[in-house]
Design a protein around this ligand. Sequence first.
Ligand SMILES: [Fe+2]
Length: 385
Amino acid sequence: MRFVKFEGQAPRQAHTGIPQGVYEREMGKAGFDGPVSHIYQAHPPTAWLRWEGVLRPRAFTTKRLAGVVPSLWDAPVLARSASFEMRFWRHDTNSALCRNADGDLFLFAHVGGGVIFSDFGSLDFEAGDLVYLPKGTAWRVEPSTVCEWLSIESAQPFGIPDRGLLGQHSPFDPGVLESPKLDERYAKQREQSEWPIMVKRRGQISTVVYPFNPLDTVGWKGSLSVIKLNWRDIRAVASHRYHVPPTAHCAFASASVAICVFTPRPIESSADALKVPFFHSNDDYDEFVFFHSGRFFSRDSAEPGALTFHPAGVPHGPHPQAFRNAEQRAGQIAEEVALNIDVAEPVEIVAPPAMELHEYADSWRGYLEQEVAEAGATMAERAEQ
Ligand SMILES: [Fe+2]
């Protein structure tokens, strides 16, 4: 169903010309690509008093996860659905040899660097790389320092989404994707000894042991490979007159999981344009944001390594301080790097309890306090008259 109806006072162009004291909330289907309405409200949609029951915005910090583990399969699962899984993995020694038979995998290098050896060769990585490991690939990591990874698994295959009229070279040209090399160091790591591969299938780990290193590829051809994309090779789509939706920053997507990468970009400068992310109810998806670096301009406080969760049914949007400061930041560069991971299936949060920042659902309270202060000031003015 595609139609546009107007009722009451509603600007004709989304995210622009929003009257003072009115708050716009986008309510849409299919992750910003389906039927949508903009609802103009007298109060911020996030200015709630309290939540009861299990549903609420949640936040976590990976800084509270202590210790290192030898493989991704030993790392804690943070969230999962029938065809999605997310983990956070820290290690400082050579990892076990792993294979994922449950789906395609992206490893985001939050901290660290080193080499990934796989069926396709050796690939250097650094912080800020998104490394794609196709389902069934055998791989292992030799870190040069302590490494922290966020893993994103999808049972359905990942691909590069259709960019539509934007063309195939934006927000990144597929030419910037790097693939492994069958170089000298790859040949050198093939020492003869017993090598186990830890295979994950249906969430269970089985181990197959070879009398040699099975990463012994001498050649390959085809359109399936380990690849990597660094966020610095993404050229963010932005408009000085219009706040583009998160989907404009989508780098990779499967049928049920979208990975959008927010990279530094100019904040809108046009006088009538909204300069912070619009309040929205993306009710066909559960949403995560993982903060990698910089200062996330729609959040009053978000540290690198933090993870937020906004489930369907919960409107979300900018924090009060960010909303108030938005006009002062017109035309400045939003220096932030974050992953926005949207999942079409209902997600179960299984992160270690120690990671949770329980005060997060109350972090929009500043809106209420401001309204109460303004109402108080108005009453005082009236009393003086
Ligand atoms: Fe969102």
